[in-house]
Design a protein around this ligand. Structure first.
Ligand code: ARG
Length: 264
């Protein structure tokens, strides 16, 4: 995670970002601290990277690396305003003992568009990550990749439209939640085929970035407005932790965007 010490909304690279709207950096730090505290309360270890001045979106750690079995695939941002973030994270990995770190040649916004199910890597494209980055991820990480087409600019990253609630095990597929309308008709059919028992989110859940949730298989960090989705989570035995993300959402981000998962 990366503290939003330099967080602002000073450019527009997705429909959520309006530089004329006031943003409180102090409140963003408070919201983010609550998220970090939540993970620690759940019993997870949290690592931090030093925020850099001039990189207001660096708080969105999910966009800077995909880590599976200790193997790291870095990022290559579409927007020039975010380009420099990738190297700060690359150096963090090298300084923290990661030996297998590869930087992509294609536009690749990491866990913004890549979601690990425990079995396959779901990969979004349409707004940010290049479809060629999907093939690159498959080769570098050595995991099967399934490409999904995003069609609604508000849900420009896969992690704004889908989240894994429980990873797959040897005898059971992953359990996921998603907002079908964010995907092309073909990709909706793929998702239904893969996850017939998924939790289906509605427009209100998606519009508060409710799908940008983080689950450890039992606990789920979720924006507090996503009440319809949270009710379904509770019915399925999950334990939601409700978070205020008012400031981070002004940049198009939520709990998942602020979280890069270090797997192995
Ligand atoms: N303002 C950032 C951008 O548009 C938000 C990134 C959100 N991150 C995410 N994983 N969806 O790039």
């Amino acid at each position: 995670m990366c503290e939003p010490k330099h967080f602002t909304v000073e450019y527009t690279i997705n429909p959520w970002m309006d530089p004329s709207q006031p943003v409180s950096t102090e409140l963003a730090v408070k919201e983010w601290t609550e998220l970090a505290d939540t993970y620690r309360r759940w019993g997870h270890q949290v690592e931090f990277i030093q925020p850099q001045p001039g990189l207001p979106d660096m708080v969105f750690a999910a966009n800077s690396g995909t880590v599976i079995d200790g193997r790291v695939l870095g990022a290559r941002f579409r927007a020039p305003q975010r380009a420099a973030e990738a190297d700060h994270y690359r150096r963090w990995f090298l300084d923290h003992g990661y030996r297998d770190v590869t930087m992509p040649t294609k536009t690749n916004e990491a866990e913004g568009d890549f979601t690990w199910t425990g079995e396959v890597l779901l990969a979004g494209t349409g707004f940010r990550t290049d479809p060629g980055a999907h093939a690159e991820a498959q080769e570098i990480l050595g995991v099967p990749v399934i490409s999904l087409q995003l069609v609604d600019p508000r849900y420009y990253h896969l992690d704004t439209a889908l989240c894994v609630l429980q990873e797959a095990t040897s005898d059971r597929r992953a359990h996921v939640a998603y907002y079908p309308e964010a995907f092309s008709p073909g990709s909706q059919r793929v998702l239904y085929r893969l996850f017939p028992d998924a939790i289906v989110a509605n427009a209100a859940d998606a519009e508060c970035l409710g799908l940008n949730a983080v689950s450890d298989g039992r606990n789920v960090a979720i924006p507090m407005e996503a009440t319809h989705l949270a009710d379904q989570l509770i019915n399925h035995g999950y334990d939601p932790t409700f978070l205020d993300i008012s400031e981070l959402r002004k940049s198009g981000g939520g709990p998942k965007c602020c979280t890069m998962e270090l797997r192995g």
